[in-house]
Design a protein around this ligand. Structure first.
Ligand SMILES: Cc1cc2nc3c(=O)[nH]c(=O)nc-3n(C[C@H](O)[C@H](O)[C@H](O)COP(=O)(O)OP(=O)(O)OC[C@H]3O[C@@H](n4cnc5c(N)ncnc54)[C@H](O)[C@@H]3O)c2cc1C
Length: 472
């Protein structure tokens, strides 16, 4: 069965009748108290713009490297407002957007990339434990399922790839994968037990905020940075009510409108949509199996990611990656009925035994895609500003790597991280509008065609040869 055949865009779905437009994770109790906005001018050694995982890891690591450094973080909304509080909660060691992508682009650096990625994830797990952050972080791995015969054909090479790089992987036939998680759509699967896990993204981000504050980081929420410029030997950041003068600055603004023009050429803000169900009854839980509660994805360019939550709901997201003409990121675009209805129909095609279940939460978030699916990490304004943006939907662990790399670059340190080509070379810019929108739409249609037919057409093969792409 193909999930594409479950109805056309624009159709509502009864399971969405009472669904709130609200992020499940940040709607939970337990958020730290909001910090007051900046109301007067001030100075700092390091000013960080953006209070998601990237900004918070940068603040914490900067303090750990030099506790005397005066670090100030500015967040336009609340900490965890952005992708860091609204993602699927998958956490992966990969620095390269997966093994196949890494092997294709940086084959000679793969041993180092893999080791550094694994060390990064291990350090996050150790940090969360040491700081007592209740982020429900578990390294449970994931299962990737094949829904089409051509996806089944890809499973053996994928299994071999994972084995070659030392992952704990098992190939599952249709009966085996359905015995584990009960869906009639599964034709085969790959269970990868190493290298990734699940967590509660809001609790992780809130925990990092508290940890940063314990180390003396000053945080101002509801304080958008409006303008960035050189000032004397340092940097000035203008906000609505005050200016921050600092020796150095970090931009951790993900897919939001960047303060540096050069970044908007490299980042495509893509809206990714998510649903969360009401809690499942015991009978409903029994009807799906899924006893290891691992993360699940289906194979394809347009894929779903799904997982259980600690209170027995299912989070179901992905598939419909939407780019709005002109790089728009306004919150009004988050409520896209067609995308949520499509997700709902695909959910019940996957789990028909759950018919009648309702969705309690729906939302969307911005994925900062680059043409290389991996971040742009670098410096600007004579090395006074560092940036790390463009995680392309796989940033929950990579944000810490980006943070440490930015601190290396600002300090002028040559390290294992800064020596990687993934850091030294930047992703190729996307074309500007009015070309950008039609090119993205055309590429999306070619990706969907490949998912249907299993054939990678001329356009996608040309992009592959140029090392370019479009991905959520
Ligand atoms: C729906 C969705 C699902 C995802 N699922 C996963 C997943 O399962 N696993 C995974 O690894 N990755 C996932 N991702 C990606 C991951 O969440 C991000 O890569 C990661 O959170 C990026 O963190 P960040 O701190 O760079 O960005 P953000 O968390 O977006 O933080 C940027 C912050 O900067 C603030 N800001 C922007 N401009 C300004 C300004 N001018 N002044 C002050 N503040 C500003 C914003 O308000 C925001 O809070 C997902 C993303 C989305 C949207």
């Amino acid at each position: 069965m193909t999930l594409m055949s479950t109805g056309g865009p624009g159709t509502g779905h009864p399971s969405l009748a009472d669904t709130e437009q609200r992020v499940f994770w940040t709607a939970q109790p337990g958020a730290p108290a909001a910090e007051p906005p900046l109301t007067q001018s001030t100075s700092a050694d390091l000013v960080i713009v953006g209070g998601g995982l990237t900004g918070l890891w940068t603040a914490i690591c900067a303090k750990d490297q030099d506790p005397s450094r005066d670090v100030l973080l500015l967040e336009a909304e609340d900490v965890a407002f952005g992708a860091s509080g609204r993602n699927g909660g998958f956490i992966s060691a990969s620095l390269t957007h997966g093994l196949a992508h890494g092997e294709a682009i940086w084959p000679d650096e793969m041993p180092s990339l893999l080791r550094q990625g694994r060390e990064n994830l291990d350090a996050i797990v150790a940090f969360v434990q040491a700081e007592g952050i209740d982020a429900d972080l578990r390294i449970v791995g994931k299962t990737a399922v094949a829904l089409t015969p051509h996806a089944v054909a890809d499973l053996i090479p994928m299994r071999d790839l994972h084995q070659r790089w030392g992952e704990d992987v098992a190939l599952l036939d249709a009966d085996e994968v359905r015995a584990d998680v009960h869906s009639p759509t599964y034709l085969g699967g790959l269970r990868v037990r190493s290298g990734s896990g699940l967590m509660d993204p809001a609790r992780l981000t809130w925990g990092l905020k508290r940890t940063a504050q314990r180390r003396g980081v000053r945080i101002h929420e509801h304080t958008p940075a409006l303008h960035l410029s050189r000032s004397g030997g340092g940097i000035s950041v203008r906000t609505p009510l005050g200016e921050v003068r600092a020796r150095q600055a970090v931009l951790a603004t993900n897919g939001y409108r960047p303060l540096l023009r050069r970044l908007s050429m490299r980042i495509l803000p893509i809206f990714d949509h998510v649903l969360v169900t009401e809690p499942l009854s015991t009978a409903q839980l029994d009807s799906i199996g899924w006893h290891e509660s691992q993360g699940m994805t289906d194979l394809g360019n347009q894929f779903h990611y799904y997982r259980r939550t600690p209170d027995d709901r299912i989070l179901w997201g992905g598939y419909d990656a939407i780019y709005h003409r002109g790089n728009r990121t306004d919150p009004v675009l988050e409520d896209r009925a067609e995308s949520h209805a499509l997700l709902a129909r695909q959910f019940f095609a996957t789990f028909p035994q759950l018919e009648g279940l309702r969705f309690s939460h729906k939302w969307a978030g911005i994925i900062d895609s680059t043409s290389r699916f991996t971040p742009a990490i670098g410096t600007a304004l004579d090395g006074r500003v560092a940036y790390s943006v463009g995680y392309t939907g796989l940033g929950t662990a990579l944000s810490r790597f980006g943070a440490l790399t930015m601190l290396d670059l600002l300090a002028g340190r040559r390290t294992e991280r800064t020596n990687l080509r993934i850091v030294r070379r930047k992703p190729v810019p996307f074309p500007p509008e009015p070309l950008r929108y039609p090119l993205v739409q055309f590429t999306r249609s070619r990706l969907a065609q490949e998912d249907r037919t299993g054939r990678r057409g001329l356009w996608l093969r040309t992009l592959d040869r140029l090392g370019l792409g479009f991905n959520s």
